[in-house]
Design a protein around this ligand. Structure first.
Ligand code: SF4
Ligand code: SF4
Length: 328
């Protein structure tokens, strides 16, 4: 067998190319380290579950989300969905161009999108929380791009959580980045993600994912199948027709057309996070006040803070400490 010609590549070569193609942030994780440290051992999502051959490196690309739509406070505003979907589409194109470039250098490569889930894990319940083939936030931490926050969202020093992520697998044996050691999240003493969350899904270093899914994918598969069921079960032809012509059907159609509202949705927790160089300059004046906050949310944050000050660590923090980082 004739081996594939491989050009000599370095990590800076790959990063410079990815940035020239449009990525805002690039890091390179060690596939073996990700194999050895699955974020959820019960559902490991390892590079080696995707490829035995081309997963020695996980190149994580980030594109920033626009601050203009972050400044719109309504979580369900369609401008937010649409702008984020375009950012993701552009990042996917960047990833594809990087794959072609790597392959031209002799390194077969694979894009791992943040949105596709493993159909073999689907158990017939449209509301079941589905996970992608690799956890992008965890991959981003392994690639040195940031750390996880109170609700396990990725936080970067440059843009806070206001990024979309993709990964490219390949086996170019270039130098890897290391995870950051110190946490970027300010923890329950900040808690702005919890205060704003319309689903009340932010927990103590954890997230109620099914509750979040209703908002972060408001016109996704669960909504589509539920709406079709309503149409099928409607009592009269007139009710069926009205449901068919309803705003929900219209929104579902738009989401199928563009993905906005299905693969993008609520991101209020990211908008209000004070971490990131962009926050002070672009967002603070518009987002300082959090209208969704309640006395009950304040009480829960105080309890979390009190427990931490008493030296107790939440189970979520213990389990995710590698990716949350050291807290001072
Ligand atoms: S995406 Fe929305 S619903 Fe989900 S945790 Fe963030 S604020 Fe809450
Ligand atoms: S809003 Fe505050 S608590 Fe939430 S992730 Fe950002 S820094 Fe952490």
């Amino acid at each position: 067998m004739v081996g594939i010609f491989k050009a000599k590549l370095t990590a800076p070569d790959i990063k410079a190319k990815a940035k020239a193609l449009g990525a805002d942030l690039v890091g390179i994780a060690d596939g073996a380290a990700m194999d050895a440290n699955p974020p959820d051992p019960a559902n490991p999502q390892r590079p080696s579950d995707i490829t035995d051959l081309d997963g020695k490196r996980v190149i994580v690309l980030a594109r920033r989300l626009s601050d203009g739509v972050a400044r719109i406070k309504a979580w369900g505003d369609r401008h937010k969905y649409y702008n984020d979907e375009i950012a993701l589409t552009m990042l996917e194109e960047t990833s594809l161009e990087l794959v072609y470039w790597l392959e031209d250098q002799g390194y077969p490569a694979i894009i791992i999108p943040p949105t596709h889930t493993d159909p073999w894990n689907y158990e017939g319940d449209p509301k079941q929380h589905m996970t992608p083939l690799l956890s992008m936030p965890h991959a981003a931490v392994e690639a040195g791009l940031g750390t996880l926050g109170l609700n396990l969202q990725i936080i970067t020093p440059e843009y806070g959580p206001r990024v979309v992520l993709t990964a490219v697998l390949c086996s170019a044996e270039v130098e890897c980045d290391s995870p950051r050691t110190d946490a970027l999240c300010l923890g329950p003493s900040c808690g702005r993600c919890l205060k704003t969350c319309p689903a009340d899904a932010v927990k103590h270093w954890d997230r109620d994912w099914p509750a979040c899914d209703e908002y972060r994918s408001p016109y996704g598969f669960a909504k589509l199948s539920g709406h079709i069921e309503k149409i099928i079960e409607a009592g009269t032809p007139e009710e069926r027709r009205d449901l068919l012509r309803s705003e929900t059907t219209f929104n579902l159609w738009q989401s199928i057309l563009r993905g906005s509202g299905a693969i993008t949705g609520c991101r209020r927790c990211a908008d209000v996070c004070p971490v990131g160089e962009d926050y002070e300059l672009m967002l603070k004046a518009a987002l300082e006040d959090i209208p969704e906050n309640t006395p009950d949310k304040e009480t829960r944050l105080s309890e979390m803070l009190g427990a931490e000050q008493a030296g107790q660590r939440a189970p979520g923090e213990v389990q995710q400490i590698r990716w949350i980082g050291r807290r001072t």
